[in-house]
Design a protein around this ligand. Structure first.
Ligand code: NAP
Length: 487
């Protein structure tokens, strides 16, 4: 397996050119499992962001006028290139953000699928003609790309979150300036190298990395940027939303979540526990759709906890480049501190520790940010963990008696991204999925990130959807045209 080299330097990509920043400064990218430097990335700020915007604006006319077939062909080439480079890209993801290699390969496949799906959708941008009530009139609606777009992405899925924005923007005819997370810029850089190879014309995609506020402000203040698409925390999302309002820019916001997972007594217990473990500890609990509140019906709680504990104890934690690793580190020291704080707060307020509950002291974990997979029982509404995203390998368990009670508890949050139900009762699954105030509901299913589905949240979890049948809507404007015809 090819590993990244600490001495390797990476550049910004602006107007089809790889370049260092004017300041000649670099950001060190650290492997959260080992503490080693995996590479150094050029850090650009205001000047480079302005150049990137100029490039995106200058190339917009030609790219938006390109046929959708030509755009789709490029996206399909990128799909194949991603798959050809799956192993290398997966190692990049594992090294810069810590997720186990098996999960990193899945992320590369998902990223590739976004390009394929959007290539297919690019051919299906339809307008409408409408019958007028006046004989002389001809009425139609056409769809056009929004314009140059700014995209800002998080570190937890450093490749697929970029793909989920780049693919629909390009398919719709938009040009783009991307700012990936400082923690994990190399995955985005490698994706841009492949996009260049696939034939994306100069200026259509641009990559700037550096101080988030400075770059964000330039992107938001420039009137030529017509849309901002953001994935990240609700806190930063609100800030960007407020600033975007000054010019009434279009926005898409994929924000934080606090997913309830409801386990009813009529579920298939074994399969449920398998899925809960996979979903909770996927990406070391650092996903926006991670189950943050696991509600188990009282009558099956003991059996659930016994099975759950057994499986959690068998999870193997470590540097994810090893094929057998199930759980990697959390992303950095502040991520580790937050997990510790949430567990300590819960225990202090009466939660009981079923398993885990400590920073890992194993010898080969000493330079990484490892926290033992943890299960807490008797968690209640007063604890931090019940109200804030933990973003770590901690499973808090609550109990409930009735369906009405648990739906109320599940909805009692400002977040509205994902929720899950486990039951074999069809009527209950319909009733509860309809009553849950969330953008996505999994019924006996925890895999919500599928390109064919509309991913996104309601309430403070976001605005808009990514993927699915309407994926290009977010990047298209509607133009209504009326004409008068002479006899
Ligand atoms: P974050 O702190 O909000 O950062 C996200 C991105 O915003 C990063 O690129 C960051 O840059 C940038 N940023 C930070 N402050 C900014 C500012 N003032 N102006 C412009 N950009 C700014 O989130 P994160 O810690 O990377 O990611 C975790 C969060 O993302 C969680 O809340 C998770 O639930 C959410 N998430 C949501 C989804 C979804 O689809 N709904 C998917 C994945 C993650 P730097 O990296 O340089 O700070």
């Amino acid at each position: 397996m090819e590993l990244l080299k600490s001495s390797k330097k990476y550049q910004l990509f602006i107007n089809g050119e790889w370049k260092n920043s004017i300041s000649n400064q670099f950001i060190e990218v650290i492997n959260p499992a080992t503490g080693n430097i995996v590479g150094q990335v050029a850090s650009g700020n205001i000047v480079e962001t302005k150049e990137a915007i100029d490039a995106a604006c200058d190339s917009f006319f030609s790219w938006s006028k390109e046929t959708s077939k030509a755009r789709a062909d490029i996206l399909m080439r990128l799909y194949f290139l991603l798959l050809e480079n799956e192993e290398y890209l997966a190692s990049v993801i594992t090294n810069e953000m810590g997720k186990p290699i098996v999960q990193a390969r899945k992320e590369v496949q998902t990223a590739a699928e976004h390009f394929r799906w959007n290539a297919e959708e690019a051919r299906r941008i339809y307008g409408q003609t409408i019958q007028s009530s006046e004989k002389q009139k001809r009425l139609s609606i056409i769809r056009q790309p929004v314009g140059p777009v700014a995209a800002i992405t998080p570190w937890n899925f450093p490749l697929s979150m970029v793909a989920r924005k780049l693919a629909p923007a390009l398919a719709s005819g938009c040009t783009i300036v991307l700012k990936p997370a400082e923690q994990t810029p190399i995955s985005a850089i490698e994706l841009f190298k492949l996009a260049e190879k696939a034939g994306v014309p100069n200026g259509v995609i641009n990559l700037v990395i550096g101080n988030p506020k400075e770059i964000g402000d330039v992107l938001l203040e420039d009137k030529r940027i017509r849309k901002i698409t953001f994935t990240g925390s609700t806190e930063v999302g609100k800030l960007l939303y407020k600033n975007a309002a000054k010019q009434v820019k279009r926005v898409s916001m994929e924000l934080g979540g606090h997913a309830p997972m409801i386990v009813f007594e009529d579920c298939d217990l074994e399969s449920t526990v398998n899925q809960v473990v996979k979903s909770k500890f996927n990406n070391t609990g650092q996903t926006c759709v991670s189950p943050n509140r696991i509600y188990v019906q009282q009558s099956i709680k003991d059996s659930f906890i016994n099975l759950f504990k057994e499986q959690v104890q068998s999870l193997k934690m470590g540097y994810g480049i090893d094929e057998n690793i199930d759980v990697g580190p959390v992303v950095n020291q502040s991520g580790l501190d937050k997990v510790k704080k949430h567990v300590e707060d819960a225990i202090q307020k009466g939660a009981t520790l079923v398993v885990g509950g400590t920073v890992s002291d194993k010898a080969n974990h000493k330079n990484g940010y490892f926290y033992e997979p943890t299960v807490l029982d008797h968690v209640d509404e007063q604890m931090l963990i019940t109200n804030q995203e933990t973003f770590g390998p901690v499973a808090p368990i609550f109990s409930f008696e009735t369906e009405d009670e648990v739906v109320k508890k599940a909805n009692n949050t400002d977040y509205g991204l994902a929720a899950y139900i486990f039951t074999e009762n069809l009527s209950r699954s319909v009733r509860v999925s309809e009553a849950l105030e969330y953008g996505m509901v999994g019924i006996n299913d925890t895999v919500l990130s599928q390109v064919e589905g509309s991913f996104g949240g309601i309430k403070e979890s976001g605005i808009g959807r990514e993927g699915g049948p309407g994926c290009l809507e977010e990047f298209l404007e509607t133009k209504w045209i009326t004409s008068t015809i002479r006899d």
